[in-house]
Write a protein that binds this ligand. Structure first.
Ligand SMILES: NC(=O)c1ccc[n+]([C@@H]2O[C@H](COP(=O)([O-])OP(=O)(O)OC[C@H]3O[C@@H](n4cnc5c(N)ncnc54)[C@H](OP(=O)(O)O)[C@@H]3O)[C@@H](O)[C@H]2O)c1
Length: 240
């Protein structure tokens, strides 16, 4: 579970653990937060392994996966979630360097993490991979050109993985949240709460637990024949 010290990742790590998975709590710099996610999992009877690794660094990711395989034997589930930073600006003010850095980090991290776990999944003939995208990959909003374009690339990448790895018993799916209420989006949520709630059929702002529940559903036995899909998690504010 990449990027699980905070936000959607922390909620998903806890939810997967509650569903019986042994969970790797990966983080880049927030060790206290990662520790508290792992503690909460253990207090509730689950198993957690804390792993510091920058998911844009292939060696660090390989070390993390090797440690997990040593400890637990195999990686059955990948949740690619770590949040890559981006500049919020319109195209007119965006430099190539700023645009490129988001595309690079978003696709590089998904590429590196997938490269690290797919061989083991192929060997065991089983794997569930879920990638956290964003509704902004399909529905543009002002200032999100870098983020939206990167997530759109991620959506295609996952379809190719689903296509190439299906016969290995591996599924790959995308979940695409709308605006989710986390520490990082507090200000944006406060500015847009009324509009978002009014334009959401289920009548509230998306919570990290909503995304966690959807990811958990996509890795359990009931969805074993589901692959290459794109699932919005936004209370119906956009519909496919
Ligand atoms: N929040 C939203 O409104 C929203 C909406 C749609 C989609 N999403 C997507 O949901 C995912 C999670 O977003 P979030 O809002 O929950 O993020 P967040 O609250 O900002 O948390 C980000 C997590 O990613 C980790 N991380 C960042 N860079 C990393 C790196 N290089 N290597 C390893 N871990 C790294 C962070 O670790 P540290 O704590 O150590 O920095 C943290 O655990 C992202 O892919 C985001 O694009 C979010």
């Amino acid at each position: 579970m990449t990027g699980s010290s905070r936000g959607i990742g922390a909620a998903t790590a806890k939810r997967l653990a509650a569903a019986g998975a042994k969970v790797v709590v990966n983080f880049r710099s927030s060790s206290d937060e990662a520790e508290s996610v792992a503690e909460s999992i253990r207090e509730n009877g689950g198993e957690a392994l804390i792993q510091q690794a920058d998911v844009t660094d292939p060696q660090a990711v390989d070390r993390m996966v090797a440690t997990v395989e040593d400890e637990w034997g195999s990686v059955d589930i990948l949740v690619n979630n770590a949040n890559m930073p981006f500049e919020q600006a319109p195209f007119a003010e965006m430099s190539w360097e700023s645009f490129r850095s988001k595309l690079d980090a978003e696709l590089k991290s998904a590429f590196i993490v997938s490269k690290a776990v797919l061989p083991g999944m192929t060997e065991q003939g089983y794997g569930r991979a879920v990638y956290v995208s964003s509704s902004l990959g399909k529905q543009p909003q002002p200032g999100f050109i870098a983020h939206g374009t990167a997530k759109s690339g991620l959506n295609s990448f996952v379809k190719y993985l689903a296509q190439e790895y299906g016969e290995e018993g591996i599924t790959a799916n995308v979940v695409a949240p709308g605006l989710v209420e986390t520490e990082g989006t507090k200000e944006r949520v406060e500015h847009t709460r009324e509009y978002v709630v009014e334009s959401t059929p289920l009548n509230r702002i998306t919570q990290p637990e909503d995304v966690a529940g959807t990811i958990t559903a996509l890795v359990n036995a009931n969805t074993e024949f589901v692959t290459g899909t794109y699932t919005p998690v936004n209370g119906g504010s956009t519909m496919e």
